[in-house]
Design a protein around this ligand. Sequence first.
Ligand code: ADP
Ligand code: MG
Length: 574
Amino acid sequence: MAENSAFKSFRNTPSDFMDEALGGLVAAHPYAEWHEEGFIGLLTNDGQSDDSEERVAVISGGGSGHEPMHAGFVGPGMLDAACPGLLFTSPNAVQITAATEWADRGRGVVQVVKNYTGDVMNFTVAANSTNTEVKQVIVADDVATEIDNDDSPGRRGTGATIIVEKIAGAAAARGNDLEAVASIAQRAADQSRSMAVALEAGHLPTSGRKTFDLDEGEIEVGVGIHGEPGVERRSTSDKEPSAKALVQELLEGITQSLDDADVETADAQVLLFVNGLGGTSELELDLVFGEAVAQLADRGITVHRGIRGTLVTSLNMAGISLTVTVLDEELTELLDAETDAPAWPAVAVSPRYSPARMVDDVEQPEDGDENPWLTAFVERLQESFDDLTELDRVARDGDFGQNLEAAFGDLQTPLKGSDTALLAFFAHRMLVRAGGTSGAVFGTFFREMAEAFEGADVDSRKADASEFATALADGLSRGVEAVTDLGGAKEGDNTLIDALAPAAAAAKEIDDATSIDEVLQHVFDPAVAGAKSTRGMQAKKGRASYIGESAAEVPDPGAIATTWLFGKAPVDEF
Ligand code: ADP
Ligand code: MG
């Protein structure tokens, strides 16, 4: 059995982990076949390397833990074979020799090698121990390890590796000879630079141990793909760095290194590759991609091609790397060439960035006198978004307060305008901005309310109490009916209906109120009682209904928010 560890992983017996994981990788891969000598070979029709197609072969390899690199790039148009080492350990020379000889189709083999001492040595031993003609392409793109010192091993090989594999594979596929494939792939490598930042270390699925030590609140700028130290470990306790600042720092390092190597970046056309290190969400990669496109443009660098994805990982490390490759016409053509390698992403052509905003041009009503009734409602909501979200989170999916905030968060109080105008505006905001069940439900409710006040031609700013009570009773009843039609909720289903229905019933019975406040107070008490009754009630509707028993012990946030239309009672009173 696996020993207990601080981090959870999918695994059986740790010592079997690699065999089982690689077996699964091969099973899921459309073009891969496991060779017992220790490599993954491109599967052709008859399961043999297809010698009929005479071309240069391209192989690669490296420690495992960087998936989908390299095995995911085995496929027509990219790699013929990949040699996986143990976790974060270079493959051995015997594996590489076997892969080299197997892959050769009589025109020689290009080995794409990341610049790590172990990788370079084992690939070199393999190249020297076979009669197959071999050319090596060394990828050394990580600017964090650039040290001006002849004795240093030089820059590490990281994100650019898959670009180089793509270029080599495409050059081989179009029939270039060994020398030509190697030289154009080396050009791609030499014109590429990368830099990474880690927000959190990963952990090993075999032992559960962290891949390196990074304290909470620290980030590692310039981290390597095994969690090797970077340029700087930085505390973020004072201030979390913005994505903008991090992207700027990485791009600065990258462009500086390219310029130092006389790879002109001014006015260059480049490939931008935004890579997730395994524990960063795709949406964050999207944000970083947009940011990097914009910042490169500011530097006078045109992103001619763009790719983004979780492609060169460090197990589950949270972080990203940026890679920039200066393109020329030939590299662009090879980048664009077709490949069926399963992990190769779609390539964006001339990406442009601007934030994708939804435009909502319905403006908050501003005409006329202040509206104390609806101002009070919105102010009660605005004080309580977090409390409502918390209630939704305890029992549900935790978005209710956020949904209301999206609709009401930016309203300027005191509100001005008629009940009709404001209620219609609330309906619009809930339907257009809120999302979730509450968007549709409250949107429908406010629409009915607006229509009732409009039909009765009543406005709380000037109506007498009985006119107001009649319009309110009509609006609430219509609201209950429409919301029940929409979602089927009845009293007792643990929704806002549990507050709305008693409020509607109470409003109908008002006959002697002398002020608007008195009308509202009369409705408020039964609404609060209804909202309180939801504590201990099993949700039968909405997303809360999926989680069963655990929803029971908190009141329904939708019902609480509904009561605030009539009066004030803090969340903890329910
Ligand atoms: P979601 O259920 O999509 O996460 P929200 O969190 O935005 O939606 O809203 C949840 C609120 O919506 C609940 O507190 C409840 O008052 C209300 N609600 C859920 N389902 C219904 C329904 N079928 N009819 C009326 N109101 C509902
Ligand atoms: Mg919710």
